[in-house]
Design a protein around this ligand. Sequence first.
Ligand SMILES: Cc1cc2nc3c(=O)[nH]c(=O)nc-3n(C[C@H](O)[C@H](O)[C@H](O)COP(=O)(O)OP(=O)(O)OC[C@H]3O[C@@H](n4cnc5c(N)ncnc54)[C@H](O)[C@@H]3O)c2cc1C
Length: 396
Amino acid sequence: MSTSAVVVGAGIAGLASAVSLARVGWQITVLERAAEAGEIGAGFAMSRNAVAAFRGLGFGDDDVAALGYATWAGGTFDWRGRPILTVPGSPEVRDAVGLIGVHRRRVHAALLGRAVALGVHVVPRSTVTDLDPGVADGAPAVVGGRAADLVVGADGIRSAVRGVVFPRIAPVYSGYSSWRAVVPGVFGGEALTQFWGPHAEYGILPTTPAGGPDETYWYGYVRMPERTRLGGPDGELAAAKARAAGWAAPVQEVLDATDPATLLRHDVHHLPGGAPSYTSGRVVLVGDAAHGTVPTMGQGAATALEDGLCVGLLVGAPVAAGGRLAPALAGFDAARRPRCRGLARASVASGRFGAHLGVGQGLRNALMRLTPTGAVVRGAEAAMGWTPPQAAPPVR
Ligand SMILES: Cc1cc2nc3c(=O)[nH]c(=O)nc-3n(C[C@H](O)[C@H](O)[C@H](O)COP(=O)(O)OP(=O)(O)OC[C@H]3O[C@@H](n4cnc5c(N)ncnc54)[C@H](O)[C@@H]3O)c2cc1C
């Protein structure tokens, strides 16, 4: 029997879900609000769990190399550039915090290309406003006027899908806004470097893909009232520079090299606690729609990729093999919710001690300088040591 799913949202979570479901034989339609299923974004640190999920979707070494620059999280510095916690040169430690510095556009294009090649039908300019979630082993779901065996809510932190099934869950402003840009050239070192000052963090990450021109991603994550207007692109860059006045040389250099027209800024919202369940009726929530969090551990896109892969392995595969949907959805929720909740909680805690900290910088920095390397490796393993599960067996 052919099974069909409607995926709402063609971001990283939605496209990963579409690829994973299509790989196990589902018919997939993706409804995307934007005129083009593209990704504006800038860069991000694709941690090794994200790379494991990406590979789990069928991508190989060359595909990974084409996304960006293989490197590691090189450490944290204070705003003047003095080391707080640096990662020593040993290959084991570098592997533990290994990552690929990527441009979002390339990750998105790879997922979209694979989805289309697998026969996924992507419908742009298609905003979902109505949903009947159906009953897991009963009535079909109806979304955007289409009946479906499964609806994947991948429509981001302001998810309309989540709004129907869990109307009381709403995003909260983190108190922080983030500038992001990708600039040509090499700035900072070879690794991801992060600089912490009172209520602010700037980060620099090489994202040059294999055989491509040199490219660097930077972000500034600073405390700011919600919906602050800074007077267009030039005003935005001037404000990003003013906020970083006197900071370490690599921060100044990468800001000076930025074309204001390429600079993005977004207020950062999160869902404290996330959705109470990641499933309801025939709906499964993935990515920011389920667990949007603050970016202080760089795990949002990573868990979006993990979720997408798991929709195929834990829901798509057992149902395609003749199993019932309800136990498959329960298995997805049991596998994903504790992990994503734990990471979201850890991200908030890490923000409190890191970019969100105001007074107490000196004490925090002194404590961090005492952190043994083993603790860095164990912390990285807990967050990024994730590997894809086996496809779940059918429950009839
Ligand atoms: C400053 C910052 C830095 C970050 N850095 C990192 C990092 O280094 N590493 C990392 O792993 N993560 C990082 N993240 C997190 C990451 O960007 C997000 O968690 C991830 O992109 C979420 O993907 P998504 O597909 O769930 O949602 P989105 O990217 O928001 O995609 C949702 C899609 O749904 C569409 N849509 C919305 N509503 C509807 C509707 N009603 N109908 C149809 N379509 C709809 C939207 O147009 C969009 O295409 C960062 C986030 C921020 C803010």
